[in-house]
Design a protein around this ligand. Structure first.
Ligand code: FES
Length: 124
């Protein structure tokens, strides 16, 4: 059996939503101290709906695929729904990740949550 699903390979090779949003409404950056990988998420939010999302990931293939899939999962969604996104949902949408690569999907969940918190903070 292949170590990585077709979907992981697809999102790794052709990541969606890579880049920066200059006038983002929320920005979140997280890292994993063990592997040293870093992920940054930018959100554009209108009327509590995520209208655009971009990411920059300095990390492994699973982290890139996870960020790409996570951005696809929250685009067009209300903030409240994006807040509920879990790393399991990201991994499932990718048709699974090897156990020892699950922490890469955690990074995507954390980066999105951190960007959403930044948005909430700025709103106040
Ligand atoms: Fe660090 Fe994948 S090995 S995020």
């Amino acid at each position: 059996m292949a170590l990585y699903s077709e979907k992981v390979m697809d999102h790794f090779r052709n990541p969606r939503n890579v880049g920066v949003i200059e006038d983002a409404d929320g920005v979140g950056e997280v890292g994993n101290a063990k592997c040293g990988d870093i992920m940054k998420m930018y959100l554009k939010i209108d009327n509590d709906t995520i209208t655009d999302v971009k990411f920059e990931t300095f990390g492994c293939g699973s982290a890139i695929a996870s960020s790409s899939m996570a951005t696809e999962l929250i685009k067009g969604k209300p903030v409240s729904e994006a807040m509920q996104l879990t790393n399991q949902a990201v991994a499932e949408a990718l048709d699974g990740l090897p156990d020892y690569k699950m922490h890469c999907s955690v990074l995507a969940e954390e980066a999105i949550r951190s960007a959403l918190k930044d948005y909430e903070k700025k709103k106040k």
